[in-house]
Design a protein around this ligand. Structure first.
Ligand code: ADP
Ligand code: MG
Length: 338
């Protein structure tokens, strides 16, 4: 049995079903991500695990024990939320020590554990600072220290970095992952950001409208989305109908309703590519382009169908709008999705 098991979880708020027959297993020591658009039920599932919300039916097991109706205090779970939710009238040390005091631990023991936690989250020197004097990133480090200092069985992180600006966010992603691995703490991370899910996770569980759409490692889910939703959410795939695919590549074999092709799986050139086995080749016309920093994303028209193709921004050369281009893509990069 896995460390955490969600079995046939259904959850209604009144008439509104927000979790639909969720079956999900989490292995001990892993960091898994619940990924999906806003409102798909990610926070609700976390809250059910923490005991902050009851489930309508189904069972939850943790470490072999049925905790479906256990009191939240008995579950031994640490949580970090998007809103930093620190005690404003307590300094860093006091905020982190709070949970240990509740456990009636000795003063020396508390001091030792708090010092370790502060070092771990890289806040040495800020021991006496109050939350109002800390940046958002620093406050979230305090919240993380407070969550791990009691050595919970599971750490839940609900969009902890969503309010933090892009650059700082990357460094906090790295910190959280490093600490999680060092402690070997089983963690569930919630985000609506697919890039964040890709860099953080051992396993991604993709949610869509209260259902589990697909579960896999970041690389597998990125390279093998099974559905149109997964393809569009995870990798900005071009998703076209089988009919459109036939228009682009006459005679191509496929048995699916939709074909998904990643923008970076298409290679462009002003001159035809050498014919190769297992590659498709077709002609298109550049319609427009956008710079995404290190990548240029071109819109290319092929027999009336617009495809997006990415090119690494290596040099100053751009294809001009209206220019004819040749495009090649490996057959196996044209994925069938439902
Ligand atoms: P996510 O975290 O993926 O954005 P949530 O789990 O917060 O999604 O919400 C899932 C759905 O449940 C949404 O439609 C939301 O409006 C609804 N919902 C969440 N909490 C409550 C509540 N306490 N009462 C009623 N509806 C709720
Ligand atoms: Mg949420």
């Amino acid at each position: 049995m896995a460390y955490i098991n969600f079995i046939n979880i259904n959850k209604y708020f009144g008439e509104n079903q927000v979790l639909n027959n969720i079956n999900l297993e989490i292995e001990q020591g892993q960091l898994v991500t619940l990924l999906g658009p806003s409102g798909c039920g990610k926070s609700t599932l976390l809250r059910c695990l923490a005991g902050l919300e009851s489930i309508t039916d189904g069972k939850i097991f943790m470490d072999g024990v049925d905790i479906t109706t256990a009191d939240p205090k008995e579950r031994n779970i640490g949580m970090v939320f998007q809103q930093y939710s620190l005690f404003p009238n307590m300094n860093v040390t006091e905020n982190i020590a709070f949970g240990l005091k509740m456990k009636h631990m000795s003063k020396t023991e508390i001091a030792k554990k708090v010092a370790e936690a502060i070092e771990m989250v890289d806040l040495t020197g800020k021991e006496k600072a109050y939350p109002s004097k800390l940046s958002g990133g620093q406050q979230q480090r305090v919240a993380l220290a407070r969550a791990i200092v009691t050595k919970p069985k599971v750490l839940l992180l609900d969009e902890p970095l969503s309010a933090i600006d892009a650059k700082l966010r990357k460094s906090l992603q790295t910190s959280i992952r490093k600490i999680q691995k060092e402690l070997g703490i089983t963690s569930i991370f919630v985000t609506h950001d697919q890039d964040e899910a890709m860099v953080m996770s051992d396993v991604i569980h993709l949610f869509h409208d209260g259902r589990l759409e697909q579960s896999d490692t970041p690389i597998n889910i990125y390279t093998n989305p099974r559905t149109k939703f997964a393809a569009e959410f995870i990798g900005h795939y071009n998703v076209i109908t089988a009919e459109q695919f036939q228009k682009i590549i006459p005679g191509a074999q496929n048995t699916s309703e939709n074909i998904a092709i990643r923008p970076e799986a298409m290679e462009m050139s002003l001159i035809p590519f050498r014919e190769r086995d297992n590659f498709h080749q077709f002609e298109g016309k550049i319609v427009s382009h956008l710079s995404h920093g290190n990548v240029l994303r071109y819109h290319v028209e092929v027999n009336g169908i617009i495809l997006e193709a990415d090119v690494l921004f290596r040099s100053y050369y751009l294809y001009d709008n209206g220019q004819k281009v040749y495009i090649t893509v490996e057959n196996r990069n044209c994925l069938m999705v439902s």
